[in-house]
Write a protein that binds this ligand. Structure first.
Ligand code: A3P
Length: 316
């Protein structure tokens, strides 16, 4: 009898790993298109359940993002800002990866360990995350005047390269990566988990125009280039402030890529079934696409970006 057959628990874990690896894919046949975006049956079901049952409470904060646009960084920053940067309090980021502190609401099934609180018992003000497009968010989030959304996005070429690495890493294909041409093709066709990318970004962008008090729209590049300005913006939006510059710098340092990457809790193990914890921390730079894309790929992505964003006022 093989290990896989020997225990129902091991069997379930293996199946979970396989399920997650299947949807971390550029392949149309591994993903399902539902409500105009690509996902898995399990995410579909979870999203429908959330839509039917999720009750927001005043002061809920939902972080939202397409994949590989800086979600982990934003989670870490918001955890620190909400905690109030009190030195005497324990550093939550040392204890657990940011993804455990800010659960991704439609992916609860995929976490490798139980969270300290389930979605409904997290103490208020609650911090959640989602990769879901705006159109399928639970109505109770959308309709509440007291809930806020922070959306983060990133240059599409860097997002694509980051996703390509992440998928290769999760599939243990770093030495023998899937052809970048295929990834570019799929990304441009919108076929990737939570894709299409441009529709995802534009939906939140347009909603933000209507409700600037409810939705804060951030860019990864701005966070990299002027982190202090962006952190102050986030804190203000959350109704918090930094006592002084030193406090701000403490949060920035706590959330730096180098620090998070080297924390014991992020070095090994997996967060979501089949996804190594350290795969969330790579280079964290602007313009890594230049190291990978051919001029033809660059041109294709640039043309698509200007076509999609035309008239929106958004530049990526
Ligand atoms: P790269 O693959 O370009 O390095 P997400 O968290 O949405 O999955 O996005 C992952 C991307 O954010 C990766 O980009 C990762 O390296 C980067 N990242 C993670 N933590 C970061 C941090 N603290 N500061 C800056 N970038 C970070």
């Amino acid at each position: 009898m093989s290990d896989k057959e020997s225990s129902p628990i091991i069997n379930n874990l293996v199946e979970m790993d396989e399920e997650v690896l299947k949807i971390l894919s550029w392949n149309k046949s591994d993903l399902y298109q539902w409500e105009g975006f690509w996902c898995s049956p399990s995410i579909m079901k979870e999203t429908m359940d959330l839509k039917a049952t999720f009750k927001s409470v005043p002061n809920d904060v939902l972080l939202a993002s397409s994949m590989k646009t800086g979600s982990t960084w934003l989670k870490a920053i918001c955890v620190c800002i909400m905690q109030g940067n009190k030195e005497e309090e324990e550093d939550l980021l040392v204890k657990d990866n940011p993804h455990f502190h800010v659960p991704t609401i439609e992916a609860m099934k995929y976490y490798t360990k139980a969270l300290a609180h389930d979605l409904y018992t997290i103490p208020s003000p609650r911090l959640f995350h989602t990769h879901l497009p705006y159109r399928v968010l639970p109505d109770s989030f959308k309709n509440s005047d007291n809930c806020k959304i922070i959306y983060i996005t990133r240059n599409p070429k860097d997002t694509l390269i980051s996703m390509w690495h992440f998928i290769n890493y999760s599939h243990k294909r770093l030495e023998n990566p899937s052809p970048l041409e295929e990834a570019v093709e799929s990304f441009c066709n919108g076929v990737h988990l939570y894709g299409p990318f441009f529709e995802h970004v534009l939906e939140y962008w347009e909603e933000r125009k209507k409700m600037p008090q409810k939705i804060l729209f951030l860019k990864y590049e701005n966070l990299k280039m002027d982190p202090k300005k962006e952190l102050k913006k986030i804190a203000l939006f959350l109704g918090k402030s930094f006592r002084n510059e030193e406090d701000l710098e403490i949060v920035l340092n706590k959330c730096s890529l180098e620090r998070l990457k080297n924390l014991e809790v992020n070095k090994s193990g997996s967060l979501f079934h089949g996804v190594p914890s350290n795969s969330y921390f790579r280079k964290g730079i602007i313009g890594d696409w230049k190291n990978h894309m051919t001029p033809k790929m660059e041109e294709r992505l640039d043309k698509l970006t200007s076509l999609k964003l035309q008239g929106s006022g958004l530049q990526l």
